[in-house]
Design a protein around this ligand. Structure first.
Ligand code: FMN
Length: 141
């Protein structure tokens, strides 16, 4: 039984590059052992993360993540049962949203800065799909 979960949050630290490094380092080991795959996007002080895996593993991880003091304002955007993974190639791929091609962002948003808080979960998921298609995700495991 696989599920996919998508949430958005705000980074507490101004230096998100440093926060990202420590988050990803711990995440990759944990995710590999628990069959979790996904993508962590960041930029403009915002995290957008898609997590896929077994229902229990994903729910447990999400409950753990929302308690993490490195971010705040966690909002669940999307949760669904799935038959196959979309981000199966990454224990946790990463994307710097502020370095994205403006035309990709404008395709899904009113302004050139992507703000997951102001669009539907469906739209954020569509952007992630586009990032996959355009090979914008780094950190293949
Ligand atoms: C934005 C964000 C994304 C995170 N993503 C993951 C993740 O995909 N996998 C993971 O194991 N931990 C992730 N974490 C870290 C967890 O919240 C937690 O620190 C980590 O699982 C280690 O937990 P522990 O110290 O209780 O062992 C994330 C944290 C933040 C702030």
């Amino acid at each position: 039984m696989l599920v996919r979960l998508l949430y958005v949050s705000r980074s507490v630290s101004k230096d998100s590059a440093e926060a990202i490094e420590s988050i990803l380092h711990a995440s990759r080991n944990h995710n590999l052992h628990h069959g979790i795959t996904g993508i962590l996007c960041y930029g403009g002080g915002v995290f957008l993360q898609a997590i896929e895996g077994g229902r229990e593993a994903v729910n447990k991880l999400y409950n753990h993540i929302i308690e993490d003091p490195r971010h705040a304002d966690v909002v669940l955007l999307h949760y669904e049962e799935i038959t196959e993974r979309r981000f199966g190639g990454w224990t946790m791929g990463q994307v710097n949203l502020s370095k994205l091609n403006t035309s990709i962002v404008l395709k899904y948003s009113e302004k050139p800065e992507f703000d997951p808080y102001s669009v539907s979960g469906k739209v954020s998921l569509a952007l992630l799909e586009e990032l996959m298609a355009t090979a914008s995700i780094i950190g293949r495991a």
